[in-house]
Design a protein around this ligand. Structure first.
Ligand code: KG4
Ligand code: ZN
Length: 342
């Protein structure tokens, strides 16, 4: 089954064609991040105007060399996200589904981040490692993006149970805000990661310590607003810039990873998970990947991360989630839902 997937929930526009939820035929992403750098964050109006320009050329590019008649369905993220951005993807998908007489499948963007772990790529145009193994159920999924931090239990395809969520900021949001405090660019995650790598730990060097909020709370919820304030206060109190920035970036990243990893491992043990899967922009973080992998290894729980280009928002993950859920909707009845839950 060949699905055209459309993603436009935030500052990326993605379109892809995917077969049977796993095999990527095409996957194109256009982003507004370069334009957003000067604002230090997402400006919904700026993003939506870009998306209007990006979406049709991306659809045309994704379908190059593919017979449109062979597309079996159109899938689109219908939430959660920014209302203006969502509308562009959803209205485009509704129009295509009607004009081409194709079934329409709305997808929860967060489920898309989980299903990015089912995608494999066998074309030389992608720099993605082929991975033929699939996650096994029951699985624990950690979704870490700019807007969400969720731990989810999946007993089967389509069977999602939220175990916990952030009570305030998302992990990605904390990366972005701390990057701004440190005078780094947007998006903050990759910038912090780069800076943290420049810090060499020899024990005595690490002076600063940031809180691991809710590390020992007896649940699977998170809180990341405290660490953001702790970093801002520390920077103010030291009036520091210069070489301490690397140390701050390092310790901040360690604190975020410690909490994410500890809760994910607890959930995996409690629910006897056969796999752990991670998705969302923060899952591109190398430190999170290496530390979580190291913690899963002795437990013999296979861990899955999407390739880095599939960690961030993209149309392929939407087409994959659509294939496994296949909940069709009448185009006339589909509306966007900025606050969509599982
Ligand atoms: O999933 P995503 O592309 O968009 C949302 O659905 O929000 O995630 C974007 C978030 C941003 O907050 C960005 O700073 C973060 O993912 N991010 C990272 C890294 N790459 C992107 N965070 C930490 N380390 C990274 N390497
Ligand atoms: Zn996302």
């Amino acid at each position: 089954m060949l699905i055209l997937g459309i993603e436009s929930t935030c500052d990326e526009t993605g379109v892809a064609v995917v077969e049977n939820g796993t095999k990527i035929f095409s996957n194109f992403i256009a982003s507004s991040v370069v334009k957003l750098a000067k604002y230090g964050g997402v400006v919904p109006e700026v993003v939506a105007r870009d998306q209007v320009k990006f979406i049709i050329p991306l659809i045309e590019k994704s379908l190059e060399g593919i017979d449109r008649g062979k597309i079996d369905a159109i899938a689109v993220s219908s939430g959660p996200g920014l209302v203006g951005s969502l509308l562009i993807g959803v209205e485009t998908a509704k129009t295509l589904a009607t004009a081409w007489r194709k079934p329409l499948i709305p997808v929860n963007h967060l489920k898309g981040h989980i299903y990015a772990n089912w995608l494999k790529v066998d074309s030389s145009q992608f720099t993605v490692k082929q991975n033929n193994k699939k996650p096994k159920f029951p699985l624990v999924a950690l979704i870490v993006s700019g807007g969400h931090t969720d731990l989810v239990l999946m007993k089967n395809h389509g069977d999602f149970k939220i175990l916990g969520s952030t009570l305030d900021d998302a992990a990605g949001e904390a990366f972005d805000k701390v990057a701004r405090v440190l005078g780094l660019g947007y998006p903050g995650g990759p910038e912090i990661e780069k800076l943290a790598k420049q810090f060499t730990v020899d024990g005595s060097q690490l002076i600063v310590k940031f809180p691991r909020s809710m590390l020992n709370s007896d649940d699977f919820n998170f809180s990341f607003s405290g660490i953001k304030t702790a970093v801002a206060n520390y920077v103010d109190s030291q009036s520091l810039i210069g070489n301490r920035k690397e140390e701050i970036a390092y310790e901040f990243q360690e604190a975020i990873c410690d909490v994410l990893i500890s809760k994910t491992i607890c959930a995996a043990k409690k629910f006897n998970a056969s796999s752990v899967v991670v998705g969302g922009g923060v899952s591109a973080n190398t430190r999170l990947r290496s530390q979580l992998t190291a913690r899963c290894l002795p437990l013999e729980i296979p861990i899955f991360f999407p390739s880095k280009i599939l960690s961030v928002d993209n149309g392929a993950m939407i087409a994959s989630a659509a294939f496994f859920e296949r909940k069709y909707v009448d185009p006339k009845r589909l509306t966007v839902d900025p606050l969509l839950h599982f």
